[in-house]
Design a binder for this molecule. Structure first.
Ligand SMILES: *[C@@H]1O[C@H](CO)[C@@H](O)[C@H](O)[C@H]1NC(C)=O
Length: 389
């Protein structure tokens, strides 16, 4: 429904055939996925100078990034591997441009609804139903968020650091949080997702990124009383951005104490995996693993990072991160639950046999036990797309 007005606008803005338009809003080809991506870039980038093409590409990537957040089901698979582009020099600022554009769209659409839902019941329900095999993360997320949201005047923003292997549900958990804390119409106003490879790709531009990041955070904070900032692949955030992020996380004048920051990374995931394996080897139930069991090894593993200290570790040492949230490696049964969810989301029938087939396509480690999915649930949706062909 919302796509109805958004897409023409996007089209107008980009002045170019819109790669994102296939399969959305209207009953086009499903997902617009594989075949779409394989088409050479120049069939949809029609004309113009190199610079214009770059701008177009960049805008589309941002738009896509945003779209993945707003309509995640239209956006399966790993689209993060963006082609490298050089950061164009010049006076325009793509991030600012996109956020201005987006603000204009939402204003036009009359979506200036101030309500933030903070639906903790929905959060509890969704985490339990959609996040598989993560009882520790689920409990911690609920505890931290309940405490924070029910506190009338928090002293500082809430900052949580999600740790775990790829595909274990860190992104999904962040999305579930977003969906239950904000109305659809609020998500675009209140949420910013930063992906270092996309938003901060070149170390040499770190000074420019600092300005952009601070502007972005200020801008979202100015129009949303409870902003949510998600940093994906947080271990790859350039360290030069530390001072900018610190500015907003500490309980100073600059900070917006109602903001929520989520840092997602795979830092320390080996320690989590080893602990899960040791429980299994000792014949203990996965469900018995507690947050306390994981806390110490995880902290130690993160601290072990010698020499090149990631930015999030620095924040941790400064006491600016309120909690670590570990995500356990996923077992076969969990992957099958993800497969089931994907079938259901696509409205496809499935049987136990098909779920098993999807699981069989994935790599399980360690070699001798084949216990944990090396990619978690990450490739599940893609596998199902292939099965459909
Ligand atoms: C909260 O979420 C639950 C479960 O999704 C839903 O039934 C309920 O209507 C929501 N409440 C509000 C106030 O949105």
């Amino acid at each position: 429904m919302a796509m109805g007005w958004l897409l023409p606008f996007l089209l107008l803005l980009l002045q170019t055939p819109c790669r994102l338009c296939t399969g959305q809003g209207s009953p086009g080809p499903k997902e617009g996925g594989e075949e779409e991506r394989e088409r050479p870039a120049n069939t949809w980038l029609t004309s113009g100078t190199h610079q214009v093409q770059e701008l177009t590409l960049l805008s589309m990537e941002y738009a896509h990034d945003l779209q993945c957040w707003l309509w995640p089901d239209k956006c399966d698979g790993d689209k993060k591997a963006h082609p490298a582009w050089s950061w164009p020099t010049g006076s325009w600022d793509p991030m600012q441009m996109l956020s201005d554009w987006y603000a204009r769209v939402t204003d036009h659409a009359g979506l200036l609804d101030d309500r933030i839902t903070n639906n903790l019941t929905g959060l509890r329900w969704d985490l339990g139903r959609r996040l598989h095999g993560q009882h520790v993360a689920e409990g911690l997320i609920l505890t931290y968020l309940e405490r924070f949201l029910q506190h009338g005047e928090p002293l500082k923003p809430l900052a949580l650091s999600f740790h775990g292997w790829t595909g274990t549900g860190k992104n999904l958990a962040a999305r579930i949080i977003a969906e239950n804390l904000y109305l659809d119409s609020q998500r675009s106003r209140c949420i910013r997702v930063f992906i270092p490879q996309l938003h901060f790709p070149h170390l040499s531009h770190v000074e420019a990124y600092k300005v952009q990041l601070e502007n972005q955070i200020r801008e979202v904070s100015s129009r949303c009383p409870q902003p949510l900032f998600v940093f994906d692949e947080a271990d790859k955030i350039p360290k030069g951005l530390l001072s900018s992020i610190r500015l907003f996380l500490s309980s100073g004048k600059q900070s917006q104490s109602h903001s929520i920051f989520l840092f997602l990374s795979s830092m320390g995931s080996n320690a989590i995996n080893e602990l899960a394996l040791s429980f299994w080897a000792a014949g203990r139930q996965r469900k018995e693993i507690t947050a306390d069991d994981l806390e110490r090894p995880l902290r130690a593993a993160i601290k072990e990072n010698q020499g090149d200290i990631p930015l999030t570790q620095q924040l941790m040492e400064e006491g600016l991160i309120d909690g670590l949230v570990p995500f356990l490696p996923l077992e076969r049964a969990h992957v099958k639950l993800c497969a089931r969810d994907s079938f259901v989301a696509r409205g496809l029938p499935y049987t136990e046999k098909e779920l098993e087939l999807v699981a069989q396509e994935l790599l399980f480690v360690p070699e001798e036990h084949k216990l944990f999915s090396a990619q978690g649930c990450k490739l599940v949706a893609q596998r199902i797309s292939f099965m459909e062909l």
